[in-house]
Write a protein that binds this ligand. Structure first.
Ligand code: BV8
Length: 250
């Protein structure tokens, strides 16, 4: 395994010739935008004494949907003025750089879209959308305000945040597409995730199993690091722009 703060000659070669590339991002790619991560502290990990794995759980929607709304309104308020950083912007350019590029994110902050990524597979939903618990209709939320109504305009059912909570299934089409692309890619980057949450954290393992060159971008070591071909130890906003360098772009 190659560990460094800059890409190896092998990775530069692979990057300049690759056609099928897949990327999985986690909260770390938004850290430099000022969005708190979950396990790096910073406020996205506890709500009124509850760990986020409890307040962001299916049980809480049953138990106290108002409290779940309060938690997600708080988080939407925290991220409403946050902007994409150099890491998001670099990845947005990769859509045109490769013949078959897939960007998969665990994040719900929507910053990849704001950075210009045209097609993002959001495995865990989006914090700026609500979903009806009855008819599943979806409604965009106003970024600058607390959610206004809990009632579905279509069927009068109750609305909830359109995010995947612990104990809930991921959107099946999104996850199946992410799995297919993980199996078929030549180069897989896993960026800014502690690789603790499944099934998302299984995607790099699948890519590796199917022969992809697996690259991790993270200032810290994770449970995935040991199976990676290359670990780039640093911040996404520093490392990803390095790939813009003409030296290894066709
Ligand atoms: C599921 C939305 C099948 C909500 C999220 C019991 C019952 C059911 C399931 C389970 C169970 N026990 C375990 C499970 C599985 C569970 C799971 O994995 N739990 C973990 C905690 C062990 N998974 C699920 O429940 C999933 N569903 O399994 O369905 C099922 C269904 C029913 C019954 C049985 C099975 C659903 C998981 C989705 C949960 N929703 N988000 C919300 O946001 O509130 S997950 C949440 O964690 C976020 O999406 C987040 O992205 C994700 C992962 O965290 P990370 O992104 O990795 O963030 P973290 O802070 O941890 O790490 C940041 C990293 O960035 C660090 O490594 C840091 O070093 C690095 N970093 C920091 N700065 C930078 C940087 N890197 C680069 N540059 C920087 N500048």
């Amino acid at each position: 395994m190659y560990i460094s703060t800059t890409p190896s000659e092998k990775l530069k070669e692979l990057y300049s010739n690759a056609r099928r590339v897949c990327v999985l991002t986690g909260a770390g790619i938004s850290a430099e935008s000022g969005v708190p991560t979950f396990r790096g502290g910073g406020g996205a990990s506890v709500w009124k004494g509850m760990p986020f794995t409890e307040i962001s759980s299916a049980q809480m929607v049953e138990r106290d949907l108002d409290e779940v709304w309060a938690w997600f309104d708080y988080r939407r308020d925290v991220i409403k003025d946050k902007k994409p950083n150099e890491g998001h912007i670099a990845l947005a350019e990769w859509h045109n750089r490769f013949e078959d590029f897939t960007l998969v994110t665990q994040n719900i902050d929507g910053l990849h879209w704001v950075a210009g990524s045209s097609d993002v597979i959001e495995l865990h939903g989006n914090i700026n959308r609500a979903r009806c618990v009855m008819c599943e209709a979806r409604f965009d939320l106003d970024r600058d305000k607390k959610h206004e109504s809990d009632i579905c305009q279509k069927c009068n059912g109750r609305l909830r945040p359109d995010v995947v909570l612990f104990g809930e299934y991921l959107p099946i089409n999104a996850f199946e597409r992410a799995m297919r692309k993980s199996r078929s890619c030549e180069l897989f980057f896993v960026i800014g995730t502690s690789a603790l949450v499944y099934p998302a954290a299984g995607l790099p393992e699948i890519a590796k199993e199917y022969g992809a060159y697996l690259v991790e971008v993270n200032p810290e070591t994770t449970p995935l690091s040991s199976i990676c071909d290359e670990v780039l130890q640093g911040r996404a906003g520093e490392i990803l722009p390095m790939f813009k360098h003409q030296a290894y772009c066709k």
